[in-house]
Design a protein around this ligand. Structure first.
Ligand SMILES: *[C@@H]1O[C@H](CO)[C@@H](O)[C@H](O)[C@H]1NC(C)=O
Ligand SMILES: *[C@@H]1O[C@H](CO)[C@@H](O)[C@H](O)[C@H]1NC(C)=O
Ligand SMILES: *[C@@H]1O[C@H](CO)[C@@H](O)[C@H](O)[C@H]1NC(C)=O
Ligand SMILES: *[C@@H]1O[C@H](CO)[C@@H](O)[C@H](O)[C@H]1NC(C)=O
Ligand SMILES: *[C@@H]1O[C@H](CO)[C@@H](O)[C@H](O)[C@H]1NC(C)=O
Ligand SMILES: *[C@@H]1O[C@H](CO)[C@@H](O)[C@H](O)[C@H]1NC(C)=O
Ligand SMILES: *[C@@H]1O[C@H](CO)[C@@H](O)[C@H](O)[C@H]1NC(C)=O
Length: 921
C-alpha cells in the first residue's frame, strides 16, 4: 500500500517597506530646482527582507519648468528676469531683484524711505511724514524736515484727513472742519440749509404766474403796509405779512419791487403780458429769488406760513450740547428732522450728543502689542509685538521660511492663519502638492484634477458635456451606437447628432415609419378609400413599411395593390405566363362589362396557334351524348369535324367540306334529318355568362362560317327543331354583270371555302387593317404570314375600322356577288322538356340527375321536303321567245330531283381559358 502524504507549508511574507529617496530634495520627483518631472525614473538602491529603497530622479528632457524659470546650467535653475523695465523706479536709487514671476525692490546703498529717495543720514530718513506725503529736509523746522501733504491730508505730519477736500457743500456753502477736526460742517449762504446746504430755506416757491407786473404808482405809492430792506427776500416779506395779518384780514399777496415789499389782500399791480423777463432782478438777500425793479416792475408772491423754525440752531443754543462742545447743530428742515440735526464730537454720541464715549484704547484692545489712538476719529490701531499678528495682535505669527514649500509665498491672515501663494506647478495649503494640471494644461475641454499614485503624479480630466477622451479632446460621437433607426444616416454634432431619414421615415431618430396606409379620395369612384390596398378589394389589409406598404389581399384580389382580379391574373398567367400590365385595364373593363369578351377573347386567343386554341375548348365527346343522321348513330371521330375559329372557339361540323365522305339528304322529314342530344355544361361557364345555349349554324358546304353568320340558339332543357328550306341563286355573269366563280378572281381572299361577298369584304377589311395598324384583326382569317394584332393594338383596330366604315362602300374594295350561292330559310320551334327521364327516377341521387338532365338539350334539323327554289338569271328575250320556251323550262324545273346536303355546325363560345383553369382547380 502506498500512502501519499501532501504537506502544505504555509508561506508567510514579511511586510515590506518601500522607501523612495529623492535625487534632489527640492522640488520633488526628480527634477532639481524649479522643474516638474513628467516621467519619474526609479533606481533600486537596496533591498532587504524588510525594506526596499529606491532612488528616483528625472532625465533633463522630462523636466518641465515652473512659469518664470528656465534652463540654465541645470534644468529649470534660472529665474526669468523680471527687472528689465525698471519696475521699482529710478534705477540709481533702487536695487531690483527678480523672483519667480515677481520682483523685490530694495533701496540702493545710501537711500532709504518708501521711495528710496531719502539719503541715509538726512532728517527725512527717519521722518514721521504720513504715507503719501512728501518729506522735505528743512533747517527751519525743529524736526529737521517738513511734511508736504496731499490735498486730502493736513497736520504737521499730514496725519489728519482733510474732510473738506471733496467739497461736500453745495449752493455756495463753505466747508470747515469742526469738533477737533473729526467732522465737517457747511456754512450755507443765506436761503439755504441742510447737511450739505442742499435744502432751500424758504417756504415760498415761485412767483405768481412766473412773471413780472407793471408798477402801479397809484396803488403802491400810497399803500399803507409797506416794508423796506436792502436785502429784501420773499421770506422777509412773508414774515411781515404774517405779522400784519389779523383774523379778519388775510394779507395774501406779497408784491416785491426792488427793496420794497407790500402786503395786500388783492393784487396791487396790473397784469401786463407785454412785459417779459427784463424786470427780473435778484433780491439783495437771496440771488435765487426775484424782487423786480424799484418803481418800475414788480414780482408777486403768494404769502405762506412757515411750519418750522428756519433758524432752530440760532434760536436754541443748547441744542446738540453745542455750548458744552459735545457737538454742533445744523439747521435742517426736512421730513426726517425737526428743524435741525446734530453732528457729535468723537467722544460723544446720542441724538443730542449727550452720551460720552470712551477712548478706543481704553481698555487696551491689543493683546500682544501697543494701542495707537487716532484722535481725529477715536479709532485705534494695534502695533503688534514681534511674532504676533492680527488686528488685535492676538495671533502668533505662523509664517516661517518653511511654511510654504517649493517657492510659495506665505502671508499672514487676519484670523491668525496663513496663506501660501504657490508657484504654478504646486498646490495645496502649503504648496506641498504637485499641481499636474498646470503642466501643459492637459484637459482640453474639461476640469483637471491632480492625482498621486506613489511617487507618480498625474492628472484626471472631468470632461465638459459633449467631450470625451483622456484629455477631453474628442467630441463624443453620439452616432455610436447609431441612434438613427432603419439605416438612416447619422451625422454627429456637438452634444448631439442629426439623423437624415431615409425616404418614408420621420421622427427625431427616424424611428417612425410614415404611414402610407391612409385613406384617400378617389375622384373616379367619388368616395374615400380606406387605404391604397382597398381601391378594389374591401377585404384587403394594409401594413405600413418603410417608404411604402404591404397589402394582404382578400380571396378575390391579388397583386401588390390588391387591384388585380385573381381571375384576370390566372387568365393572363395562362396565356402569357406573366401578368401583362397592358392587359389588365382591358380585362378589368371586361369584368365590368362581360359582353365585351366577344371582342377581347379573339385578341388573346388569336395569338395562339390553331391547335393551342383548340386544346382550350371542349371536345366533341364533352358535348355530345349522341348524334344521329337518318336515325343512325354517327361516329363522332369519323363524322364530326372539329375546327377552331378565333371568335367562336371550337366548332363541330357535320359534313364538313374537308371530309372525303359526304352524307346526302335522301328522305324528307324527321327520319331523314339530324338529331343530336347534347350537354351545355353550364357548371363550367364563366360566371358572367347569363345564357347557356348551343349555337347552330346552317350553311352551304363550301361556305365559311363567320362569327356574324346567321345562327340559332338551342337552349338547354328543351328540344329545338329547325326546319330548313333551301334557295339557290345563279347569275349569268359576263355581259349581265360581273359575278365571281372562284376566289382567285378577286384581288385577295383569305377565307377557305367558296367565294362569298362577305369573305371578300372582310378580306378588304384585313388589308385596310394591315395598312393602318401593321397587323391583321385576329378575329378574322388572315393572309398567310401576316401578324395578328395584339390586345394592346385593339384600340388601333377599333379606331381604324370605325373611321373606315363599311367595306362595301369603299371604292378600293370590289366584291361582286358570287355566280352561284345557296341560302337557307328556316322555321324554328322549341319545346321544353316536361318530364324527368325514367332513369333519373331510378337514380339514387335524383337531384343531381335532375340537374344534369336540365343541362341537356335536343336539336333536330329537318328538311321537310327535298325540293328547293332556284333563282336563276337568264338572257333577256322577247315575249314570243319566252312563251315558246316556257313549257320546256318548266319541264326542266319540275323534272329535276335535287338532292342536296346540309351542313350542321355546332359551336360553342365561351371563356375557354377560364374553363381550363377551373378544371385544374
Ligand atoms: C530644458 O532642457 C530640456 C532638455 O534639454 C528640454 O527638453 C526642455 O524643453 C528645456 N526647457 C525649457 C523651458 O527650455
Ligand atoms: C544693490 O546692488 C548693488 C550692485 O548691483 C550691490 O552692490 C548692493 O549691495 C546692492 N544693495 C542692496 C541693499 O541690496
Ligand atoms: C528758513 O528761514 C529763513 C528765515 O526765517 C528763510 O529765509 C529760509 O528760506 C528758510 N529756509 C527754508 C528751507 O524754509
Ligand atoms: C459763516 O460765514 C459767515 C460769512 O461768510 C461768517 O460771518 C460766519 O461767522 C460763518 N460762520 C461759521 C460758523 O463759520
Ligand atoms: C432748547 O433745547 C433743549 C434741548 O433740546 C430744551 O430742553 C430747551 O427747552 C430748549 N429751549 C428753548 C428755549 O426752546
Ligand atoms: C502675549 O499676551 C499674552 C496675554 O496678554 C501674555 O500672556 C503673553 O506673555 C504675551 N506674549 C508676549 C511674547 O509678550
Ligand atoms: C497620465 O494620465 C494620462 C491621462 O489620464 C495618461 O494618458 C498618461 O499615460 C498618464 N501618465 C502616466 C505617466 O501615468
Amino acid at each position: 500500500m502506498i500512502f501519499l502524504l501532501f504537506l502544505i507549508f504555509p508561506h508567510y511574507s514579511t511586510p515590506q517597506t518601500i522607501e523612495y529617496v529623492a535625487a534632489s530634495p527640492n522640488p520633488p520627483h526628480g527634477c532639481p530646482n524649479y522643474g516638474l518631472c513628467t516621467d519619474v525614473t526609479t533606481t533600486l538602491v537596496s533591498s532587504t527582507n524588510v525594506s526596499t529603497t529606491y532612488k528616483y530622479g528625472c532625465a533633463p528632457e522630462n523636466c518641465y519648468c515652473v512659469d518664470g524659470t528656465t534652463n540654465g546650467t541645470e534644468p529649470c535653475d534660472t529665474i526669468v528676469d523680471q527687472c528689465g523695465n525698471d519696475p521699482c523706479g529710478t534705477p540709481d536709487k533702487f536695487n531690483c531683484t527678480s523672483k519667480i514671476e515677481s520682483y523685490d525692490c530694495t533701496c540702493q546703498a545710501g537711500f532709504t524711505g518708501e521711495k528710496c529717495d531719502s539719503e541715509i543720514g538726512s532728517a527725512c530718513a527717519t521722518s514721521q511724514c504720513r504715507e503719501g506725503s512728501t518729506c522735505e529736509a528743512s533747517d527751519n523746522s525743529t524736526t529737521g524736515y517738513t511734511c508736504r501733504c496731499t490735498d486730502k491730508q493736513y497736520g504737521t505730519y499730514c496725519e489728519n484727513d482733510n474732510l473738506c477736500a471733496d467739497w461736500p457743500c453745495q449752493n455756495g456753502g463753505t466747508c470747515s472742519m469742526v469738533l477737533s477736526n473729526s467732522n465737517w460742517i457747511c456754512n450755507c449762504t443765506e436761503g439755504w440749509q441742510g447737511r450739505r446746504c442742499e435744502t432751500k430755506n424758504s417756504v415760498l416757491s415761485s412767483p405768481v404766474m412766473g412773471k413780472c407786473y407793471k408798477y402801479d404808482y397809484v396803488k403802491i405809492g400810497t399803500h399803507q403796509t409797506k416794508y423796506k430792506d436792502d436785502k429784501m427776500t420773499s421770506d422777509k416779506c412773508n414774515e411781515y405779512a404774517q405779522e400784519k395779518s389779523t383774523d379778519d384780514k388775510t394779507l395774501k399777496y406779497l408784491t416785491l419791487c426792488g427793496e420794497w415789499c407790500m402786503v395786500s389782500e388783492d393784487m396791487l399791480v396790473k397784469d401786463d403780458v407785454s412785459m417779459k423777463d427784463d424786470c427780473k432782478k435778484s433780491c439783495g438777500g437771496d440771488s435765487s429769488e426775484y424782487c423786480g425793479k424799484v418803481n418800475s416792475r414788480c414780482i408777486v408772491y403768494e404769502a405762506g406760513e412757515m411750519e418750522t423754525d428756519p433758524n432752530a440752531c440760532e434760536d436754541n443754543s443748547t441744542l446738540c450740547g453745542a455750548e458744552l462742545g459735545h457737538g454742533m447743530c445744523i439747521n435742517w428742515q426736512s421730513d426726517v428732522t425737526d428743524g435741525f440735526a446734530c453732528i457729535c464730537e468723537p467722544l460723544w454720541t446720542g441724538p443730542d450728543c449727550e452720551n460720552p464715549v470712551a477712548s478706543a484704547c481704553t481698555p487696551n484692545p491689543c493683546v500682544n502689542g501697543t494701542c495707537v489712538l487716532n484722535e481725529q476719529y477715536n479709532k485705534y490701531k494695534c502695533d503688534c509685538d514681534d511674532g504676533f499678528s492680527g488686528d488685535n495682535c492676538e495671533y502668533s505669527k505662523t509664517c516661517t521660511a518653511a511654511t510654504c514649500l517649493y517657492g510659495g509665498t506665505c502671508t499672514e491672515t487676519n484670523n491668525g492663519g496663513f496663506k501660501c501663494d504657490c508657484l504654478n506647478l504646486y498646490s495645496g495649503n502649503r504648496c506641498e502638492e504637485i499641481n499636474r494640471c498646470n503642466y501643459g494644461d492637459p484637459c482640453v475641454n474639461g476640469k483637471c484634477e491632480t492625482t498621486v499614485d506613489g511617487i507618480t503624479t498625474n492628472y484626471t480630466c472631468t470632461c465638459d458635456d459633449g467631450w470625451t477622451g483622456a484629455n477631453c479632446e474628442t467630441m463624443i460621437d453620439f452616432c455610436t451606437p447609431d441612434p438613427c433607426k432603419y439605416n438612416s444616416t447619422c451625422t454627429p454634432k456637438f452634444k448631439g447628432y442629426d439623423c437624415t431619414c431615409l425616404t418614408g421615415l420621420t421622427g427625431a431618430n427616424c424611428s417612425e415609419i410614415i404611414d402610407l396606409c391612409v385613406p384617400y379620395w378617389d375622384n373616379e369612384a367619388w368616395k374615400w378609400i380606406k387605404s391604397p390596398c382597398n381601391s378594389k378589394d374591401d377585404m384587403a389589409n394594409c401594413t405600413k413599411k418603410i417608404n411604402g406598404f404591404t397589402c394582404s389581399c382578400g380571396e378575390k384580389w391579388t397583386d401588390t395593390l390588391c387591384d388585380l382580379n385573381v381571375l384576370i391574373k390566372d387568365v393572363l398567367m395562362a396565356i402569357y405566363g406573366h401578368v401583362d400590365l397592358t392587359m389588365i385595364t382591358l380585362l378589368n373593363d371586361l369584368m365590368q362589362n362581360p359582353s365585351q369578351i366577344k371582342d377581347m377573347v379573339p385578341f388573346i386567343t388569336g395569338l395562339l396557334t390553331d391547335s393551342e386554341r383548340s386544346d382550350l375548348s371542349w371536345d366533341a365527346g364533352d358535348l355530345f351524348n349522341w348524334i344521329a343522321f337518318e336515325d343512325q348513330r354517327l361516329d363522332l371521330n369519323r363524322d364530326i369535324h372539329k375546327w377552331n375559329d378565333v371568335v367562336l372557339g371550337n366548332c363541330f361540323t357535320f359534313n364538313h367540306r374537308d371530309r372525303n365522305f359526304t352524307y346526302l339528304m335522301r328522305r324528307p322529314g324527321r327520319h331523314g334529318g339530324i338529331q343530336a342530344f347534347m350537354k351545355t355544361r353550364q357548371d363550367e361557364y364563366a360566371p358572367w355568362y347569363d345564357t347557356a345555349a348551343i349555337n347552330v349554324f346552317i350553311h352551304n358546304r363550301d361556305d365559311y362560317v363567320f362569327s356574324e353568320s346567321v345562327r340559332y340558339n338551342a337552349q338547354p332543357n328543351a328540344q329545338s327543331t329547325i326546319n330548313i328550306f333551301m334557295t339557290r341563286y345563279t347569275r349569268l355573269g359576263g355581259n349581265y354583270g360581273k359575278c365571281i366563280k372562284k376566289p382567285s378572281e378577286v384581288k385577295n381572299y383569305y377565307y377557305p371555302g367558296a367565294y362569298t361577298t362577305d369573305g371578300c369584304l372582310r378580306t378588304c377589311y384585313q388589308d385596310r387593317m394591315k395598312e393602318e395598324c401593321n397587323c391583321m384583326d385576329p378575329r378574322y382569317p388572315q393572309a398567310p404570314n401576316s401578324t395578328s394584332c395584339q390586345l394592346s393594338e385593339r384600340s388601333c383596330v377599333t379606331e381604324a375600322s370605325e373611321a373606315a366604315g363599311d367595306p362595301s362602300t369603299w371604292s378600293s374594295c370590289v366584291c361582286p356577288l358570287p355566280c352561284s350561292n345557296q341560302e337557307y330559310s328556316v322555321t324554328w320551334s322549341k319545346a321544353n322538356f316536361v318530364n324527368l327521364p325514367i332513369t333519373c327516377e331510378k337514380s339514387s341521387d335524383v337531384a343531381t340527375c335532375q340537374k344534369q338532365y336540365k343541362d341537356q338539350l335536343m336539336v333536330s334539323i329537318i328538311l321537310p321536303q327535298l325540293d328547293f327554289k332556284i333563282y336563276a338569271e337568264t338572257p333577256a328575250m322577247d315575249f314570243n321567245k319566252f312563251l315558246s320556251q316556257l313549257g320546256g323550262q318548266l319541264g326542266v324545273l319540275m323534272g329535276i330531283n335535287v338532292v342536296t346536303f346540309i351542313e350542321v355546325v355546332f359551336l360553342f363560345f365561351g371563356m375557354f381559358m377560364v374553363l381550363c383553369q377551373k378544371y385544374e382547380k
